[in-house]
Design a protein. Structure first.
Length: 281
């Protein structure tokens, strides 16, 4: 039951809303301890490259965070990343993700089958806008001794466009370290092409929303085709996320997109399973 209280103000007495708020607070409190209790882990989802007429080859992976909650089971990052961002918990969590990913690249460095793999890490806005973020990345690279080009940071349009001038400076500093930068979920935000041409990006990642109907919607097909052409014209690599069928992969190849990520190749899996995949695809 909602009761109006003055102009445009509504107060809720719905006990289920109260319960939901309580639940969110509890979840946030639990998240506060998730790192020390070692409840967080990374899954790895393959990224593949295909030349026309050739079988795709795995060239890297994206690290995707998971929270194994003691009573709730596996909590989706779509649920707990926003909580972490709202409470600054994203800073230690983000640092842990970066460190864990770089340690994994370090572990792969000695094996010729894995030494060239790249690993993409999602970076949230709060994390990226920390004044010492570049220094944090530099130190993590130094401690693990990995080749910086093997690390790819995924940023989103809202992260990048919040404060374009500062963001470009930070992006340039990261690229000076040798790290690569990808614009995640491309096409869902508000990037103007004016900004896009100024951003020092290595990769555009086409959002899965455009991929899922690429073979049935001529509008989505046209959008993807245009993004691929534009990315290449701006000297960027273009990767499609959410590729689930061979038909979608074929359409992407036709449009000139040679990098893919999605269930067609692999779900996000534990590192051991990812290593098994490397021997197969
Ligand atoms: P994202 O970075 O855009 O990641 C892609 C999401 O699509 C992942 O969801 C992945 O599991 C899912 N996906 C991959 N292939 C397919 C496919 O073929 N079909 C469909 N339907 N989905 C597919 P996930 O793992 O639940 O992650 C959700 C979001 O949470 C990520 O979106 C990212 O924004 C965020 N996230 C995940 N890990 C981290 C992290 O370590 N740090 C930060 N800041 N955010 C993270
Ligand atoms: Mg991502
Ligand atoms: Mg994405
Ligand atoms: Mg996405």
């Amino acid at each position: 039951v909602a009761k109006s209280q003055g102009r445009g103000k509504i107060q809720f007495y719905d006990p289920s809303i109260q319960a939901r708020l309580q639940d969110q607070l509890q979840l946030e409190e639990d998240l506060r301890h998730a790192l020390e209790r070692q409840e967080l882990h990374l899954l790895y989802q393959a990224q593949a490259r295909a030349e026309s007429g050739q079988a795709p080859r795995i060239v890297g992976a994206e690290a995707l965070l998971r929270w194994q909650h003691p009573t709730r089971g596996l909590v989706s990052p779509a649920v707990f990343i926003p909580l972490a961002e709202a409470s600054d918990l994203i800073l230690p969590i983000g640092a842990w993700v970066l460190q864990t990913a770089c340690r994994q690249l370090q572990a792969w460095a000695d094996d010729p089958r894995t030494t060239d793999l790249t690993l993409a890490v999602n970076v949230s806005a709060r994390q990226f806008l920390q004044p010492d973020f570049v220094e944090q990345v530099r130190q993590t690279l130094a401690h693990t001794g990995i080749h910086p080009r093997r690390l790819k940071l995924e940023l989103t349009e809202s992260t990048v466009l919040d404060n374009v001038q500062d963001t470009i400076a930070t992006m340039q500093a990261l690229r000076t370290l040798g790290v690569r930068l990808s614009l995640d979920d491309f096409g869902t935000g508000y990037s103007s092409l004016q900004y896009l041409k100024r951003l020092p990006l290595d990769q555009l990642k086409i959002d899965q929303a455009f991929i899922c109907e690429i073979t049935t919607s001529s509008a989505d097909a046209a959008i993807v085709k245009t993004i691929v052409a534009m990315g290449h014209a701006l000297d960027m690599q273009v990767i499609a996320e959410g590729v689930e069928t061979a038909e979608q992969q074929q359409a992407l190849l036709t449009y000139g997109c040679h990098y893919f990520q999605g269930y067609l190749f692999s779900r996000p899996v534990p590192v051991g399973d990812f290593e098994v995949l490397l021997g197969r695809v």
